[in-house]
Design a binder for this molecule. Structure first.
Ligand code: ADP
Length: 544
């Protein structure tokens, strides 16, 4: 700005100087020219009077240095010239001023020399005898005058420009200094120039606007940070070149990376071809998908292109943990297959026996056996359907009404229900320990205890024992039965898992009893632990 003010000022000074010099010179030249013409006219009138009186004798005595006087006859012949021998001079009748004087009485003309450096002023007057007297003088032309004055003009111009340069420099500095010292943080407190007040007010308004926008931006960034930091899903923001712009803690954990991955290509974090394809698909076609395994869990990676005004500016990757979903799907598939199988087997038994009875091939004395078979299989079907319904109710996770349940009283109830089958199998049921109360769903707690005790009887040996012992918020069901081998202990809680299928079926088992126990315990936030010695017995503790 300083240099601009400086340049402009010097330029203006130079232009003003040159123009004023030009105008001044023009005015002076005009003035001097008109003075000279008037002088010539005066001299001519004196010379004319003298020539009329004295003729050649006057002209011969005229001082020839300042003016040149020429006397021209009526036919244009030069009668006398104060500078040149008149006999050598050509006829003057066609000269502009002479012609004018012959016709009008007076004539004047100005002619330039061939070099343009000189001008000759002519004034002519007709004398009383009809001849014409002409007087002329030379003067330097405006151009020659200018050329002659070029040195002093240049000197004056240089001095003037130098002076204006110094003054302009100081002025520019003085103008700019208050502007340089402006406090733009507090624009309204500046008192520099009245003219820039609107600008300062605008800066002040923009300050307020910017700080509000910054605050909004900061809040939004904070919100984004809070949300992404606490997200279960992994989130990665990538540039259009695939470099990592932002990555949340869940994604860092998933890809085993630290903060220093920012700015690096995502493909250096995971070099697999499938990852590269998914990223390219997202950037080129808009979407990319990928299954990703890490730490024994399965993730679904969804990549989406981000565009701004039709240009791809990056991609966002979301990683969802789908392990539970996959497990649930797997379980559902297995469960459906198992249910169909479990339902089909007893139905086939029933149909087979019924067909035999229908065909009359069964002897009368064998009929009760077949009918008994049909009844048992049908009873198993009912038990199975009931268990399936119970499990699906538990799966739905519907909140059930709770109540305070006395666990000792509950054990007595279960004992009463199971007593007939226990007696049938010659198994003694013993209840011991002190009662405690559980805030829970009575029906589920009863099913839990029933299934444990039912197993304790079913898989017991004749003459065996089933003990239900209550301790501090825990209930343990122990039997002296066949026991469970170590390799089956983890799996017996799975749906339809049975160590010995035929034994289970014979005793009316559905393979769902311990699954119901597991679910009912989980519903009451209780833990289950199983101890078993094959051939000696099994003990299952449920701790509330
Ligand atoms: P089931 O209806 O066949 O009894 P469960 O889910 O109750 O089904 O039990 C799963 C399997 O675990 C049973 O088939 C059996 O092989 C084994 N099991 C359960 N409880 C006992 C126990 N007390 N003693 C020995 N084996 C048991």
């Amino acid at each position: 700005m300083t240099s601009r003010i400086f340049r402009s000022t010097v330029l203006v000074a130079a232009v003003v100087l040159i123009c004023s010099l030009g105008v001044t010179m023009g005015v002076l030249l005009r003035h001097f020219s008109s003075v000279r013409v008037q002088q010539l006219k005066d001299e001519l009138s004196l010379a004319a009077t003298a020539t009329e009186q004295y003729g050649n004798s006057f002209l011969e005595n005229v001082e020839a240095s300042r003016f040149r006087v020429t006397w021209i006859d009526l036919d244009g012949t030069v009668l006398f010239d104060t500078q040149v021998d008149q006999s050598t001079m050509e006829n003057h009748s066609n000269r502009e001023e002479i012609m004018e004087a012959f016709s009008l009485g007076e004539g004047s003309a100005v002619r330039n020399s061939s070099t343009l450096t000189e001008q000759t002023f002519y004034e002519a007057k007709r004398l009383s005898d009809g001849t014409v007297l002409r007087i002329s003088t030379n003067q330097q032309s405006a151009w020659a005058l200018m050329m002659g004055m070029i040195f002093p003009i240049a000197l004056i111009a240089i001095l003037a420009i130098a002076l204006s340069g110094v003054l302009a420099g100081r002025m520019a500095k003085k103008i700019v200094e208050p502007l340089n010292n402006l406090d733009l943080e507090q624009p309204l407190k500046n008192k520099a120039y009245e003219e820039i007040s609107p600008l300062l007010r605008r800066i002040h308004r923009q300050h307020i606007q910017i700080s509000e926008q910054m605050e909004t931006l900061r809040r939004k960034t904070d919100e984004f940070q809070q949300i992404t930091d606490n997200m279960q899903e992994g989130l990665v923001l990538l540039s259009h070149e695939g470099t990592v712009l932002s990555i949340n803690p869940a994604a860092k954990k998933l890809f085993d990376v630290e903060d220093n991955c920012l700015g690096k290509s995502f493909l250096t974090l995971d070099r697999s071809a499938s990852m590269r394809d998914a990223l390219n698909n997202a950037l080129d076609k808009g979407r990319g998908y990928l299954r990703y395994s890490h730490g024994g869990r399965e993730y679904q990676l969804d990549l989406s292109r981000i565009q701004s005004e039709g240009t791809t500016i990056g991609a966002v990757m979301l990683a969802f943990d789908i392990t539970e979903q996959l497990n649930a799907e797997q379980m559902r598939r297995e469960f459906s297959a198992n249910v169909s199988h479990e339902l089909k087997t007893p139905l086939q038994g029933i149909i087979g026996s019924a067909e035999l009875l229908e065909s009359g091939m069964v002897k009368a004395e064998d009929s009760p056996r077949f009918i008994g078979h049909i009844r048992r299989e049908a009873a198993r079907l009912v038990a199975l359907v009931e268990d399936i319904l119970r499990l699906s109710q538990l799966d739905e996770g519907v909140a059930l009404p709770t109540e305070e349940v006395d666990m000792l009283a509950l054990a007595e109830d279960v004992k009463a229900i199971l007593l007939p089958s226990a007696e049938e199998k010659n198994v003694e049921i013993v209840i011991s320990g002190e009662s405690f109360k559980v805030q829970g769903v009575r029906r589920l707690l009863q099913e839990l205890l029933y299934n444990l005790c039912d197993n304790g009887i079913k898989y017991n040996l004749p003459g065996g024992k089933l003990s239900i012992s209550l301790a501090q918020r825990s209930i343990t069901v122990s039997d002296t039965g066949i026991g469970i081998a170590p390799e089956h202990r983890e799996r017996v809680f799975e749906r339809f898992y049975r160590v010995d299928k035929s034994h289970s079926k014979l005793s009316g088992g559905t393979g769902l009893g311990l699954s119901i126990v597991k679910h009912a315990a989980a519903y009451h936030k209780a833990t289950i632990s199983l101890e078993s010695t094959p051939g000696k017995g099994t003990s299952i503790e449920v701790k509330f």
